[in-house]
Design a binder for this molecule. Structure first.
Ligand SMILES: Cc1cc2nc3c(=O)[nH]c(=O)nc-3n(C[C@H](O)[C@H](O)[C@H](O)COP(=O)(O)O)c2cc1C
Length: 351
């Protein structure tokens, strides 16, 4: 299967999965305040993102590079981010790096998003295989990127018929990229979540932000299982279908690495989920699969979906009794339900 065909299939299957997403934040309850002393319509959602001020603590998660359909999706997402004052990541630029084809990720995405923050994207494993990391400049320049996202997807690769299985040397490559990169480098998963030790190792080599991208939303094990031609790979996809950590679990675990800038994505479906993620320590929240349907439709559909999420976030703040979303904190959590948490304590983190 070609890389372009695979990317198109990801869009199709991820959108189909949306019908079955049950948010991993369901188990978490926020405190209710019966005397908010807050004007709901005046709740301030503004948030900082790499020296920019966003109108809300939201970014559009990296999804598509690639083919014609993808460039239409990116156009709608980027225009919506510009209209609402939000940030956005593009999908993997591997194809653009390995060929002369910019694969839909030309300067047009930068034109569509205006001055809002835009993030380039490359697999950490792809980056580790480059003969000369300076060629990454070729994917930063057309976007005039504000940051480079390296995505970590070892299980997704391992569950693909011909995915990359050898992850030796990836940390060293990340260190070299962080040292070289003219812009901040962000690490994210793709829906299996980030563990404490990997996050710590990456922060130590210069990664500035971790987007946990946990389980609970788009499930790549299931998607790769559907796409696998070999029956052995299909069975593995089934066996490992619930592998990984949920987004709330990751936030609880990684927050102990303080100081850390944490972004939350993976299964965020509503403004209430955003409020819970912020209370668990995230500073920004990313939406992926939730925006695919609207992005296939139009810019207006993406704007409407995001405005709804922003209103739900305002209502959550009002319900908790805070006038600003960046005032949400752990004390506003009433219960984390049955979440298995706090496996590590700060004192037991291995060096
Ligand atoms: C169709 C699709 C394509 C994706 N492609 C990429 C990618 O190229 N690079 C990346 O870092 N993440 C990619 N992701 C992962 C998302 O950025 C996000 O981390 C993940 O989907 C979890 O968020 P969600 O549950 O809101 O979808 C993709 C997700 C989808 C749905």
């Amino acid at each position: 299967m070609s890389a372009v065909t695979r990317k198109l299939s990801h869009i199709e299957h991820a959108q189909a999965q949306q019908a079955h997403v049950t948010t991993p934040f369901k188990a978490i309850r926020l405190r209710h305040c019966a005397l908010p002393e807050v004007d709901l319509n005046a709740v301030d959602l503004s948030a900082n993102c790499l020296n920019h001020v966003l109108s809300a603590p939201l970014f559009i998660s990296s999804m598509t590079g690639g083919p014609h359909l993808a460039s239409r999706i990116n156009q709608h997402l980027a225009e919506a981010a510009r209209e609402l004052g939000l940030a956005m990541g593009v999908g993997s630029q591997r194809i653009a790096l390995e060929s002369d084809d910019h694969a839909g990720l030309t300067h047009s995405v930068r034109t569509a998003i205006g001055d809002q923050p835009l993030f380039a994207n490359l697999g950490a494993i792809t980056a580790s295989q480059l003969a000369d990391i300076r060629c990454i400049e070729r994917i930063l320049a057309p976007l005039d990127a504000d940051a480079l996202i390296l995505h970590f997807n070892p299980m997704q690769e391992a569950l693909q018929d011909h995915g990359d299985r050898n992850w030796n040397g990836v940390l060293k490559a990340c260190e070299a990229i962080c040292r070289w990169s003219p812009i901040p480098v962000i690490a994210k998963e793709v829906g299996f979540g980030f563990d404490h030790q990997s996050a710590k190792a990456l922060l130590d080599v210069g990664i500035q932000i971790i987007d946990v991208a946990g389980t609970g939303g788009t499930q790549f094990a299931a998607i790769e299982q559907t796409l696998a031609q070999q029956s052995a790979t299909q069975e593995l996809g089934d066996l490992f279908s619930d592998w990984g950590y949920s987004t709330p679990e990751c936030l609880i675990e990684l927050k102990q690495l303080d100081p850390i800038t944490l972004w939350a994505s993976g299964g965020i479906q509503s403004g209430l989920d955003v409020a819970k993620a912020l209370a668990l320590g995230a500073t920004l929240c990313g939406l992926g699969g939730r925006l695919l349907g609207p992005a296939l439709e139009s810019t207006d559909a993406v704007v409407a979906a995001l405005q709804q999420i922003m209103y739900e976030l305002k209502l959550s703040c009002f319900g908790v009794g805070v006038a600003r979303s960046d005032a949400l904190e752990y004390t506003h959590i009433w219960s984390t339900g049955s979440l298995k948490n706090l496996k590590y304590s700060a004192s037991s983190i291995p060096d």
